[in-house]
Design a protein around this ligand. Sequence first.
Ligand code: 26Q
Length: 759
Amino acid sequence: MEDIFKKSLEANLEKLAAGPNKNVEKGINRAVSAALLDVICRLPTRKPATPRAAYFSAEFLPGSFVMGSLANLNLWDICKQILTQKGYSAECLCRPRDPALGNGGLGRLAACLMDSAAATDISLDGYGIRYRYGIFRQGIKDFSQTETPDIWQEDCPLEKERRDQAVVVHFSDEDVLAVPFDVPIVGKNKINRLRLWSAEAITPIDFQAFCDGDFCSAFKQMNNAEAISGFLYPPDNTEAGKILRLKQQYFFSAASLKSILRDFEKIGKPINLLSDYIKIQLNDTHPTVAIPELLRLLCEEYGRDFETAFKICGEIFSYTNHTVMAEALECWEEGLFCKVLPKVYPYIVMLNNHLRQRLVGTEALNQLLIIKNSVIHMANMAVYVSHKINGVAKIHSEIIKESIFKNFYGIYPERFLNITNGIAHRRWLCLANKGLCEFADNRIGTEWRENLPLLEQLEKFNSTADLDELAKIKSDNKKSLVRYLKSDFGLSVDPDYMFSVQIKRIHEYKRQLLNILSVLGLYIDLKNGELKDFYPTAFIFAGKAAPSYYNAKQIIRLINAVSALIERDEAARKYFKVLFIPDYNVKNAMKIIPAADLSEQLSTAGTEASGTGNMKLSLNGAPTIGTLDGANIEIVDYAGQENNYIFGAKKEQLQKLEAYDPMDIYYSSDRISRVLDLLKQGPAGDFTHLFNSLLFGENADRYKVLLDYPSYQNARLEANEDYKNSRVYSQKALKNIAAASHFSADQTVKNYNRKIWNV
Ligand code: 26Q
């Protein structure tokens, strides 16, 4: 494989050098893609009769497809080597914009699982939407977030339009053409497929209107249809009922089912056997409308009775929940749903009646209903029909059983299970952190690249020479991040500072506010001469706020304002640096994560379903400062409490906490009131809104920032103290690297297959 790739790439690069030298970056991407395709066409092709699993997801956040394929096939090093030899930079491969068709964790998990399925030989296809605009590009102006459209579609050589396999999707007001764009997701013995649908009008224009010169009406239909795959919804929308989003969900769910059924028909088996050939994983409730749609198809197109169709659907569907926040569970107003999807709606009513009949007499029947007070509860439908329902970390899987799905759990306990998230280590370690990979290769060989659990053996390589080498690798990665920040963003930071890193969506529950308030606290201590021997630290932030999420945007503004405050103050500058890196995305993450000294995972206990950034940072040797929440708990179980910095109230303590009044804390703690008072017309500017949200109203300090502040500050000082001793700290880093061997997405996707799909 390596030989074929090598020869092909060299030949392609020669052609590139000989041709007109217009756009070298594009040329290199084309050359590498072509070489990859040469390898891919020799891999075993897809067999129609093979049972498969399908991952239905409204979001995929894959990063560069070229890099992903290189990582999966283990061709990255050789590719880099050839490019360098020929005088090109491998950096070019990160240049075309990432297809950023996701908001955060859920979309990135989908991409990691796809990569790992191909690598571990599991037949898994992805189905989603080819949004014209992915998540917005973030900029910072006057301390605040700006949003501009993400235009990414121009150049993606691995992607293939399959107009011949287009299908029609019917809505009450229009028929829309769904055109699939396929990307091969490859492993050494496998080609899986990511199929993303793009919407088009079937009759592109009203020709008569066009002839009459009424161009607006002539193109209206075209615009309407194309809007369906126009843009990605940000998760800022808690009130139900955005028609376009419902249309998006149905659009890709219905198109994907049609495509699957078409493939199934080719093998000529009776429809009753459908579930032997296909299992569908619903990535959260976003594609749940696929359930009534498949019921409808089985009844209306294949002539099955409802009971049979219901049974088939139960064998096919399973559902992953990614959030415990009740307000994030998707609901649709019955009238609206019926208006947009009148043919699908009756099947939801039938499901609801079916549930009512089957569970009649159940005490909490009302909680279980799919339709309540004219509102359709998609999660209840997903749970009622699916044969398996999973959470994404141990604590999260327990929480859903005792909270949102408590009553279902009482009736169907055997359906519920945990599958802890994992990460594609070939991307997050092999591509992102060459130094650390070589450190591992030189000690335990290279087999861990295919089998991450082997990385655990690294733990015993903790001589002083080993630890010093580890520290050197981290320091080199930091220098390389510093260069990147300078060249691409004009930001400067001293690589000798400790890098404390919080990178994720900006959300109140993730508590970036706790982090930045604590920086203000340290600043006050310094000014008062109360901060002793603090090791200079760069507090690095990155992440996007949903455009309509006011408090999250104020938090970004506060971070940047504190950054400027420190910058103006010569004494403070010697100890602190606050850095907000704009436009967090897969590419930036791959530069930031290997350079992190400390991983900030601050969510209020019980709120973060799992987290996956926490795993990436741990695998790259950053101990966690965090709460006992999500997968932090499992990280610390493997790596040891003593190698991480755990603080804050536990979930059980928070549950017992009655009548929390942040005002009591404000009045009883000078440290805290001093910090909070800075938010009101302080030197950083006016942040009264954040101040008020912490102290006043029914939901005052909903996420218990003030409650956890003191223990966070202590944990922070402890980490800072430990960091002064490089070997002590590197030893902790090493434990974390070895322990993160448990979080491979290879393992995760194998668990899905073993416990749910069996394909
Ligand atoms: C809902 C309704 C309307 C519009 C948008 C949405 C919406 C969109 C995206 C709701 C939720 C999301 C994304 C959720 C998400 O990313 N969850 C994260 O999933 C990760 C993978 O399991 C976990 O690690 C994180 O803990 C979890 O927050």
